[in-house]
Design a binder for this molecule. Structure first.
Ligand code: FPP
Length: 257
């Protein structure tokens, strides 16, 4: 029996974010160059998206290229950009067939022109799809994002008293998406690495030793099952949580007081 059958369909996180890590180590273990690991990581992206779609996740954010990744050797950066472009072009039909809507967050203007063009084309071509939103974080870092949010809030002329947590959320690149309830990181590393720092304030964190190129559907379901085994308290006591009436979907976000 697949782990998918054991998942409570009424308690699926609406947004799952993933730090895809371990491509380099996976390639090294095969005696290959790092880019071989990235190339094999594309199959894991497919599996992860498939699993998220089957489970009913509505938003899947993948950390595909961080601001810090620009410091990698030029050949690796170029290869990653080409892989991104080839993947978007090669997967477009499949994305449309499965009603996947593509989005990108990050400093998109810093990407090479051909990447920006294909990304824009991919986002436009999938803009009517509404089964699942696939959000690629590219040239992204949370500090970059928060810094830009602060700058744009200041530029908007809002007074300090007029700024709320919601103002900040509305100035982030993720303003159209709910916050992730679950963050997965592969490869045994237990770090957040400048990813969605504001948005994961209440997310459950799930770390797996599996290297990204080995990540498959069952690994995603294992993360969902682990998520469902946890009690989400949002700073409240367990008694308070038990007394909160939850209408319909028990995964409704609880409002902080
Ligand atoms: C981290 O592994 C992974 C990346 C920096 C890139 C992720 C890219 C892909 C999975 C391929 C393409 C993705 C899309 C969306 C088309 P690492 O190189 O840091 O591995 P290491 O920690 O073992 O060195």
């Amino acid at each position: 029996m697949s782990l998918l059958d054991q998942i409570d369909k009424n308690r699926i996180p609406s947004h799952v974010a993933v730090i895809m890590d371990g491509n380099g180590r996976w390639a090294k273990s095969q005696g290959k160059e790092r880019i071989f690991g990235h190339a094999n990581g594309v199959e894991s992206v497919r599996s992860c998206l498939k699993a998220a779609t089957k489970a009913g996740v509505q938003y899947l954010t993948l950390y595909a290229f961080s601001t810090e990744n620009w410091n990698r050797p030029k050949e690796e950066v170029d290869a990653l950009m080409n892989l991104l472009v080839d993947t978007i072009i090669g997967e477009l039909d499949e994305l449309n067939k499965n009603e996947v809507r593509l989005h990108a967050i990050g400093d998109i203007q810093s990407l090479p022109d051909h990447c920006q063009t294909e990304l824009a084309r991919g986002m436009m071509a999938t803009s009517q799809n509404n089964t699942i939103n696939l959000i690629l974080a590219l040239s992204y870092s949370a500090r970059w994002e928060i810094l830009n949010a602060v700058k744009s809030i200041v530029a908007s002329g809002l007074s300090a008293d007029g700024i709320t947590a919601d103002t900040i959320s509305q100035h982030l690149t993720t303003k159209s998406f709910p916050d992730p309830e679950l963050l997965i990181r592969t490869s045994g590393e237990h770090r957040i690495s400048n990813f969605l720092l504001w948005q994961i304030a209440y997310a459950e964190l799930y770390f797996t030793d599996t290297l990204w190129p080995d990540f498959r559907e069952e690994d995603f379901y294992a993360a969902l099952l682990n998520y469902q085994s946890r009690e989400r308290r949002f700073g409240k006591t367990s008694d308070q949580i038990q007394n909160i009436p939850v209408e319909g979907d028990s995964n409704q976000p609880l409002r902080l007081v």
